[in-house]
Design a protein around this ligand. Sequence first.
Ligand code: SF4
Length: 379
Amino acid sequence: MQWGVYIHIPFCRQKCFYCDFPSYAGKESLMEAYVEALCQQIEIQGFSYRQKWGTPATIYIGGGTPTALPQEGMAKVLQAVAEYIGKDIDEFTVECNPGTVDEGYLQLLKKQGVNRLSFGVQSFSDKLLKKIGRIHTGEEACTVVRMAQKAGFANISVDLMYGLPGQSLSDLQESVGQADELAVRHLSIYGLQLEEGTAFARMAEMGKLNLPSEDEAEAMYDYMTHRLPELGYQRYEVSNFAPKGFESRHNLSYWHDVPYLGLGAAAHSYLDGKRYAAVTDLAAYIAGIRQNHEIWQMEEEATREHAMEEFAFLALRTAEGLSGRAFADKFKTSLHAVYGKSMAKMSEQGLLSVDENGCRLTEKGFKYGNVVFEAFIFD
Ligand code: SF4
């Protein structure tokens, strides 16, 4: 049985100005208790699903900043994973912040079976890094990626952002060039979104955020979608690019309707057709684990229609698109019977390419993905 595990480490050295992820700065005093609770959850829940489904194909430790944990804390988590979830995982990723790892830390990850690193870099420009609240410089990011390569990590991903305040097209071009020069195997590129509750949203309200114009942001998007394939990074999902064979298997499994177990505060799970979310508050999570593992703040079984919508959106995010056969296998009805009209409409607008196997976003469709996703929502 194919399944994956996501482990959430909700600590960060400082909060980036654009970030609304469930992550906290200044909560170091809770780290030890959090690691203890997490290891208990790994032992109980992780082990129970391993017994049911075998060793998972992928594990992803994300955050927050997993490497904000001191080495001893990370060592305990990795030890619990090896003992209760499994060893020799096909794809085992840890997210790293360049300002938080050194050689010793990288060696620990390597020794414990981690075989893929994802570095949140966002930009190699010091001017921009400072403006968005990152804790590292561009040079530090380069140094740590090279250090990881030297430590034996061949599969490295870098996150970059575009549409940042004060960013120009040439800034993005330089960052893409730098990532390519580092020969990383995977790039995730996100456009800045102003999320409620973030420092950037507050600055925008006060008129203090100097964002690129729509035309400038579009030029950055166009550059990225054309330049990356020229450099050998093929787009395999809305925001993800990689040479063939280096696509993130863990992320692909989310878009391919594969079940996953989320461990830790704020982690989401998708198990036996139901979705769960753990409490985001750290003290509540720790107390919940101590008392009977009561940590869920959301537990939901989707209606048939909602499940179809979700299946369609997730598959449409990928370059492969939405497969008619996979849809029919899951819902026992044909894709054309359910979504024929929407597909025809999106195809007329040049946003979707439709054939007897299903449908997928065109280049224009990737750019205006939300229009397509909306067309797959039932009235
Ligand atoms: S390091 Fe990542 S998770 Fe932490 S605040 Fe910055 S973007 Fe958010």
